[in-house]
Design a protein around this ligand. Structure first.
Ligand code: A3P
Length: 331
């Protein structure tokens, strides 16, 4: 596992860390100072920094021990991390916080384990460890050695999930839905462009070491997806191990241990962020809780147009269009 950090890289990493601390301070004060909008903007510029994205995997060569979970934010990332981690540990994965065992290269916070840390793979009975990334495909190195699991979710549901999540992240009132939607569709959104993300990874889907999934199929058949992921990882589980993986990745189980997935503040603020849950509803097609039918249609139209602009033939209409009409309850 090569690791070659130049002095410039180290300074850059330190700068990123200082910026993260500042953003967290702003998040803590946003409500009191009426700075919600500015805080959200600062978070966006940090999360969408090209420099940070380019540096994320620098100096690390992916190996056969690595299983990457590549998602747009709010697409069921932690759900997938939990499934993969539990499969890697044959249903017995233990951690205080998921980022003790799962690196997140574009978020180099002190309490997130590093890519170069070999311990998670060494302590896993299968020798596999999971890496989380929200980066677009052009920032993620492709290696035939590693495995990649890509999860895509209906952008209408992502939008709703992101709204409540960001509301929880800032200790202040959230910007109006229409403003957040405008950013999602036409501006620089905190999590980048959904269509760009999907278009990039859609091109990877035919590779042998890539598994392309949707949140919706995970919801429709959780057990089947767990089976497919285990087979993809090359792990044969006993019936008992399989049952444990299934149980530990159920929505209600994960909700009970939400603090193990809640974003952490970096030192010296490393306390749990209060006031929201990552495991919120875990539903499919419930975007009408926040969006009007016109706004839902606007998301569909814009994402289809954007996918087309990227030359991507992902079957959007078949997958997501009009999906909000039929909410499906959480498992
Ligand atoms: P909602 O906010 O719509 O409830 P991410 O992990 O990428 O941040 O995604 C978070 C979303 O995944 C949340 O959606 C959360 O409830 C949902 N989720 C997390 N674990 C889940 C599970 N085990 N089953 C179903 N949905 C889950």
């Amino acid at each position: 596992m090569a690791k070659q950090w130049s002095v410039a890289d180290r300074i850059g990493k330190f700068g990123t860390w200082v910026m993260m601390i500042l953003v967290f301070v702003m998040m803590m004060l946003a409500g009191k100072l009426g700075l919600s909008r500015q805080t959200l903007r600062a978070m966006t510029s940090q999360m969408q920094s090209t420099k940070i994205k380019q540096r994320a995997f620098k100096g690390y060569r992916l190996t056969k021990h690595d299983v990457l979970v590549c998602t747009y934010a709010k697409s069921g990332t932690y759900w997938t991390l939990q499934i993969v981690h539990q499969i890697a540990h044959r249903g017995k994965g233990e951690f205080e916080h998921i980022h003790e065992v799962v690196p997140w290269p574009e978020a180099p916070m002190p309490n997130v384990t590093k890519l170069a840390n070999e311990l998670p793979a060494r302590t896993a009975p299968t020798g596999l460890r999971v890496i989380k990334t929200h980066l677009e495909s052009q920032y993620v190195p492709y290696s035939p050695e590693a495995k990649y699991i890509i999860v895509v979710r209906d952008p209408k549901d992502i939008f709703v999930s992101s709204y409540f999540f960001s509301q929880g992240m800032i200790s202040g009132p959230m910007v109006p839905v229409a403003e957040w939607l405008d950013l999602f569709l036409f501006g620089t959104f905190q999590y980048g462009s959904w269509a760009e993300q999907v278009a990039g990874y859609w091109q990877w889907r035919t590779r042998d070491n890539v598994l392309f999934l949707t949140f919706e199929e995970m919801k429709a058949n959780h057990a089947d997806v767990v089976r497919r992921i285990a087979a993809f990882m090359g792990v044969t589980l006993t019936d008992e191990e399989f049952a444990q993986v299934l149980e530990k990745s159920q929505f209600q189980y994960m909700k009970r241990i939400d603090e193990k997935f809640t974003p952490q503040r970096p030192w010296p603020f490393n306390k749990r962020l209060a006031g929201f849950a990552v495991m919120r509803k875990g539903a499919r097609g419930g975007s009408s809780e926040l969006l009007t039918p016109e706004q839902q249609a606007q998301i569909d139209q814009r994402m289809k147009a954007e996918l087309q602009r990227y030359g991507c033939d992902f079957p959007y209409a078949q997958m997501f269009e009009g999906a909000s009409a039929e909410p499906v309850a959480a498992a």
